[in-house]
Design a protein around this ligand. Sequence first.
Ligand code: SF4
Length: 85
Amino acid sequence: MSLLSEHTRPALGWRFRGSCRSAGEFYFFAPDDEPSHVRRRREAAAKRICASCPVLTECRTHAMLSRERHGVWGGLSERERRTRR
Ligand code: SF4
């Protein structure tokens, strides 16, 4: 069962074309108590995946507008999104 309602599904359809769909969440979201040097490497790997993603613009726009608090979205880390706001 999807958490997306029929109303929101069309607007978020880009998610189904994201390169991260096949890469797994490991690279994009931090586990609890992740050491900073591990975080840097993980986020760099996520950003490399984002760099060639066909929906980077849509993803980044969504993350900025909805103020996504966690994870790498559209090639930007949590800290980078906060800085840009
Ligand atoms: S830009 Fe990055 S986080 Fe967004 S859909 Fe593409 S691969 Fe996933």
